[in-house]
Design a protein around this ligand. Structure first.
Ligand SMILES: Cc1ncc(COP(=O)(O)O)c(C=O)c1O
Length: 450
């Protein structure tokens, strides 16, 4: 940590057990695990599209003394005393979320993207209502009606998918299902859909049957804020999101909505589904929202999308099969060519080679979620780390050579060495650039890690 950072680091008042002793001394095993994770994040390439490196400022807020405070309720309407400072941070987070996305109202208390969705359902739906959501195999999220999830146990979910030939959302099918089932709500958004969401087309379908729209922008919220993906905020009654993916914040969730639903939403989140809000995480969300409003964040989002294009082109040139033939956003879904589901083995082999992806179901899946036929890759985290188009070309070639020869452990070991060298070179380049910027007396660009 730099001297300036150390001087401004916020610490807990010196009270309570072990208060003057640091983590390394109090709990060496946890400290060691955190050190190990920092090393893993430095020496391997993070290609899971739902992950990112939050800034030092976000981490500092998330690790702050605000974790101490109980603050059930909302700013200036709390069930506890002593909330003047948490009111400041929650007020900032709400105002910044509203401004950044142009929303009437923001609730920043959901503990995760899943609780954000639950909060929306609880605010306007009755148990047993019909809702339409994207099928898990087509790219939808668990909370969009997966049989394993609360959503399908509390509501009658009808799933839509993608056209098997284009692997893009099949709007004719969506329309036909909407007319047939007349849902109260249609959920749009996905966890593994590499194309732009046509929010307006969904609006038209929803209007034709009197349904409300929930745009779950968990994956693309950062791209929306950065101006490289159309915004659903003027179009949908509700927009939910997690805050730790392309938005590059702390692990958590939030919901934006039209003014007329603000009260119902707030009541559904607290006291409906949650108790005391995590004010340290809300502070980190406030910091993230400030960072996402800077022009550097727009540049970052453009780089995320540009890098995804380069990665997709390289994988295609290497002969890999991409769902829908490519990507418009930050993520890529690879359908592995094999006579049996090969996602699990490929993801494990890639991890041994220092390339961290996740196994994933693909449209028309013949395997299972545990052993699916695809892998999912994305560019947000490695772009934050400093990877540019040239490195992503190299990453594409490395990924291809591993998935084509998954049993070759020697190749995995050699690739892991190459990856470590590549990461070190990129990190050194980024640090030089950051030092030059600091010397220029500008505030440092979003730093990656301590
Ligand atoms: C589209 C979508 N919605 C909701 C979520 C849930 O977010 P969380 O994991 O924070 O509950 C995810 C997470 O992957 C997602 O991709």
């Amino acid at each position: 940590m730099s001297e300036t950072a150390a001087a401004t680091t916020l610490t807990h008042p010196n009270s309570g057990p072990n208060s003057s002793r640091g983590l390394a001394e109090v709990d060496p095993r946890v400290w060691e695990a955190i050190e190990g994770e920092e090393r893993r994040l430095r020496e391997t390439i993070q290609l899971i599209p739902s992950e990112n490196y939050p800034s030092q400022a976000v981490l500092e807020a998330a690790g702050s003394v605000l974790t101490t405070k109980y603050a059930e309720g909302y700013p200036r309407r709390r069930f506890y005393q002593g909330t003047q400072w948490v009111d400041v941070v929650e007020g900032l987070a709400r105002a910044r979320a509203g401004k950044l996305f142009g929303a009437d109202h923001a609730n920043v208390q959901p503990h995760s993207g899943s609780s954000a969705n639950m909060g929306v359902y609880f605010s306007v739906l009755q148990l047993g209502d019909t809702v339409m959501g994207m099928d898990l195999n087509a790219g939808g999220h668990l909370t969009h009606g997966s049989p394993a999830n609360f959503s399908s146990k509390l509501y009658k979910f009808v799933s839509y998918g993608v056209d098997p030939s284009t692997e893009r959302i099949d709007f004719n099918h969506v329309e036909q299902l909407a007319k047939q089932h007349r849902p109260r709500m249609i959920v749009i958004g996905a966890t593994a859909y590499p194309r732009i969401f046509d929010w307006q087309r969904f609006r038209e379908i929803a209007d034709s049957v009197g349904a409300m729209l929930l745009a779950d922008m968990a994956h693309v919220a950062g791209l929306v804020a950065g101006g490289v993906h159309p915004s659903p905020v003027p179009i949908a009654e509700f927009c939910s999101s997690s805050t730790h993916k392309t938005l590059r914040g702390p692990r958590g969730g939030m919901v934006l909505c039209k003014e007329e639903y603000a009260e119902a939403l707030d009541r559904a989140i607290f006291p409906g589904i949650q108790g005391g809000p995590l004010e340290h995480i809300i502070a980190a969300k406030a910091v993230m929202l400030r960072e996402a409003a800077q022009s550097e964040f727009r540049d970052y989002c453009q780089a995320v999308v540009d890098n995804a294009q380069v990665l997709a082109e390289t994988l295609l040139a290497e002969g890999l099969n991409l769902v829908s033939g490519g990507t418009d956003n930050h993520l890529i879904l690879v359908r592995l060519q094999s006579d049996k589901p090969a996602g699990r083995e490929a993801a494990q082999a890639l991890e041994s080679a220092g390339l961290v992806v996740n196994k994933n179901t693909v449209p028309g899946e013949t395997g299972t979620a545990v052993n699916p036929s695809g892998i999912r890759l994305g560019t947000p985290a490695a772009t934050t780390f400093g990877f540019g188009p040239e490195e992503f070309r190299q990453v594409g070639r490395l990924v291809a050579r591993i998935v084509k020869d998954v049993a070759n452990e020697d190749l995995q070991r050699r690739t892991a060495d190459e990856v470590r060298e590549l990461c070190a070179a990129v990190e050194a380049r980024r640090q030089t650039a950051e030092t030059a910027e600091t010397a220029d007396s500008h505030p440092p660009r979003v730093p990656v890690m301590a």
